[in-house]
Each structure stands twice: as structure tokens, then as C-alpha cells.
Design a protein. Structure first.
Length: 156
């Protein structure tokens, strides 16, 4: 993408949320984000989905099948910052097709991120992140929020 030349409809939504966060105290917990997002747009309210720990999937097994490539499948150096069009196909999930142009008649190049000799595993069948891990993260955020409240209410 050319920097500064893209606009998606959700960019306006992010702007509304960003303006609302400037009127709010520090945000540390997911519940605080949910509350701000739910209240920030009065006309077209946002639908906030509160995700549970079993909704998150581990990608550990998937990451074992992937590697970073700096060359396309034809051996040419990939110029990441010049890419303007990316396509990922369900049939080849570890392969990224790209163009340095948005012209329809230009052919796609591709990079294969699969490690040699490894098969891609379906992430949907992977285990979820343990509830102990998510509980630990939640507690850390809660302590951070409590500490921030103490610091903001103390007077020197």
C-alpha cells in the first residue's frame, strides 16, 4: 500500500473510538475497552463481543511449520515495503501472493512460508490457550489498573 493513500470504512470507526478514549481515564482492562466502545457511538452503536478464553486458539503447532522467507519462489528479493496487493488462498494457507502494483494485468509473485518437509496443520483443530494463562494475564492487568489508580489519586 502507498502510505497515506488508503481508507477503509473501519478507519472512521477507529477515529470515533480514539476520540472517546481521549475523554476517558487510563484504560487497562478489557472491560474498560468494552465500556468505552459501547458508549462512544450513540447513533450507530458498536456491537462488542466479549471473548472468552476458549475462543482463543493456540498457533504453536502452526508456527512450527512456518519460516521467514526473504525471497519469492522465483528467487527474487521480496521488497516488503513496496507491496501493494496481497492475496492469501485457503487452498495454500502458507503461501502469500503479492504484487508491487494494483494493476489487474500484472501477475502475482509468491512467497512460500512453509518449512521444507512440514505440513500445515489446521489451526481450528488446535487447543485453546489455557484458562490458567488467561487468568494470570487478567490478574496482572487488574494489578496494573489498581496500581495506576493509586498513583493517580495520590498527591505529592
Amino acid at each position: 500500500m502507498v502510505s497515506g493513500h488508503s481508507y477503509l470504512p473501519n478507519d472512521a470507526d477507529f477515529g470515533v473510538i480514539e476520540r472517546a478514549t481521549k475523554k476517558t481515564a487510563d484504560i487497562f482492562l478489557p472491560e474498560q475497552w468494552c465500556s468505552v466502545i459501547e458508549k462512544c457511538n450513540r447513533k450507530n452503536k458498536f456491537c462488542v463481543v466479549r471473548m472468552q478464553s476458549d475462543m482463543f486458539k493456540s498457533v504453536n503447532e502452526l508456527s512450527k511449520t512456518m519460516t521467514v522467507r526473504k525471497q519469492s519462489e522465483t528467487g527474487e528479493k521480496v521488497e516488503w515495503l513496496k507491496i501493494q496487493w496481497i492475496r492469501v488462498c485457503k487452498a495454500e494457507p502458507l503461501k502469500m501472493f503479492f504484487k508491487y502494483s494494483v494493476q489487474e494485468d500484472v501477475e502475482f509473485s509468491s512467497v512460500n512460508f512453509a518449512k521444507k518437509g512440514r505440513k500445515c496443520k489446521d489451526v481450528r483443530s488446535q487447543g485453546t490457550i489455557s484458562s490458567a494463562a488467561t487468568t494470570n494475564l487478567y490478574r496482572q492487568n487488574q494489578r496494573l489498573a489498581e496500581t495506576a489508580e493509586v498513583h493517580t489519586t495520590c498527591t505529592p
